[in-house]
Design a binder for this molecule. Structure first.
Ligand SMILES: CC(=O)N[C@H]1[C@@H](OP(=O)(O)OP(=O)(O)OC[C@H]2O[C@@H](n3ccc(=O)[nH]c3=O)[C@H](O)[C@@H]2O)O[C@H](CO)[C@@H](O)[C@@H]1O
Ligand SMILES: C=C(OP(=O)(O)O)C(=O)O
Length: 435
């Protein structure tokens, strides 16, 4: 288990380039299974989950050509389906959440698929019902017997397009069902589809491969099945969660930071939510400039009541940035209620922030009130463990703003989603040592 030793109180200065988007990469890389032709993908983030998924595809016989540090050509012309029966597949696929999205392409192209219960952040119950209900609507047979190796098995000898209303606007669920539907016979309509930029990017890539999809960007997707898809090239958007994390980091450390090439139109309400915390941002072309700010004051609602920041399916505010907003509010002036509606164990990390001196009341597993300290009291460095990716980075932000030295254990969690974060932040003034 690796750790970060963080010396707090260092200001950042300069420019940082966000990595390619983690959650987009996981969908896009699974989609290479849909064709036997080469698919070239650019701006791939060098993070643990993505590296693990690429390795897994390699083990399945997908040919990998590393064209540069961030570009890979994939060719799935000789996939070894018997690998799916092995212990190695089970262990590797179970190590990340994104692997579940191999199922849709496997069903579409090879008529069957299996996946162990996927990993990912332990942030509460993480159902897969939407995925399997969707596959069943397309005519697949689903089987899960915990006694039989713990695999979800799906058989789809004859996928047929249909109308379906998803039980939740699940991000990975929509991607999975969409990838199964593009090669199914006839018309599939997916209502209550998730429509994050990750999914919009996936749809655009599938269209370039020859798929027929309308309603892209909305919660109603219509797919006319085709019999084959061809190869393509795809470039990942910058990671909007990293961009939000850098905004929070700059504010908490009183740093002046330019976040480069943010693809601002794809950020939805993210900049506005940080602005509601009182943080000044300037959009300069496609960059976000965060000036050094000694103080920032949380807005109230129009009627004067306390601000609430809550997550919601896109175009609402992404749950993956709530932990960052929470930590950023610690040194604001004013009070904010953070309401994490989707996940039930994602706010427990606030106990570490409280130990550092933050004024936070955990109201229940879904809600925490942050009483901003307006820098009257500085956080103090402590030893802590990172429970999940976003809590991990929130703790890193807290440690970077604190007096003294902090140790953050279990930084493998951070590495799942943030590429070389220590090196990149040290280059602009942070003091983080990987132990
Ligand atoms: C690999 C990947 O892409 N992971 C992301 C993906 O996970 P993932 O696709 O696994 O998450 P889902 O979108 O399926 O659901 C996330 C949670 O939100 C709940 N839920 C979902 C939809 C809804 O309309 N109402 C609702 O309450 C679900 O019950 C679940 O607890 O989307 C999540 C929600 O944006 C993000 O946190 C994860 O980073
Ligand atoms: C929850 C997340 O990831 P995963 O779904 O991969 O666990 C995340 O990226 O914040």
């Amino acid at each position: 288990m690796a750790s970060f030793k963080v010396t707090g109180g260092k200001k950042l200065q300069g420019e940082i380039i966000p990595q390619g988007a983690k959650n987009e990469a996981l969908q896009i890389i699974c989609a290479v299974l849909l064709t036997k032709e080469p698919v070239t993908i650019h701006n791939i983030p060098a993070i643990r989950d993505v590296i693990a998924l690429i390795d897994l595809l390699g083990d399945m016989g997908v040919k990998l050509t590393h064209l540069s540090e961030t570009s890979v050509r994939f060719q799935a012309d000789d996939v070894n389906l018997s690998y799916l029966e092995t212990e190695s597949y089970k262990t590797k696929a179970a190590s990340l959440r994104g692997s579940v999205m191999m199922l849709g392409p496997l069903l579409a192209r090879f008529k069957k698929g299996r996946i162990p219960r996927p990993g990912g952040d332990k942030i509460g119950r993480r159902r897969l019902d939407t995925h399997f209900l969707g596959f069943e609507r397309l005519g697949a047979k689903f089987d899960f017997d915990p006694e039989d190796g713990g695999f979800y098995k799906v058989d789809a000898s004859n996928l047929k397009g249909t109308y379906m209303l998803l039980d939740e606007a699940s991000v990975t669920g929509t991607a999975n069902v969409l990838m199964a539907a593009v090669l199914a016979e006839g018309t599939t309509t997916i209502y209550n589809a998730a429509c994050e930029p990750y999914l919009q990017q996936l749809c655009k890539m599938l269209v370039r491969m020859g798929a027929n999809i309308s309603g892209i960007g909305s919660n109603l997707l219509t797919i006319e099945g085709v019999s084959e898809l061809n190869g393509t090239e795809h470039t990942m958007l910058p990671d909007m969660i990293e961009i939000g994390s850098f905004i929070g980091m700059a504010a908490m450390t009183q740093s002046e930071l330019t976040i480069k090439n943010c693809s601002v139109p794809d950020l939805g309400v993210i900049p506005a939510v940080f602005q509601k915390l009182g943080i000044k941002l300037e959009i300069r072309g496609d960059d976000i400039f965060v000036p050094a700010q000694d103080h920032y004051e949380i807005e109230t609602f129009i009627d004067g009541s306390m601000l609430t920041v809550a997550d919601a399916p896109w175009p609402g505010f992404t749950p993956d940035l709530l932990s960052i907003v929470l930590v950023t509010a610690i040194q604001a002036k004013g009070t904010v209620l953070i309401h994490q509606k989707m996940f039930e164990s994602r706010l427990f990390f606030v106990d570490k922030l409280i130990e550092m001196g933050a004024q936070i009341i955990l109201c229940d597993p879904h809600r925490a009130t942050v009483v901003g300290m307006n820098r009257h009291i500085q956080l103090r460095g402590i030893r802590m463990t990172s429970p999940d990716i976003r809590a991990g980075v929130s703790l890193l932000i807290a440690a970077m703003s604190a007096n003294g030295v902090s140790i953050i254990d279990n930084i493998e969690q951070i590495d799942r989603g943030y590429q070389h974060i220590d090196t990149r932040l040290n280059a602009i003034g942070a003091e983080i040592i990987r132990l």
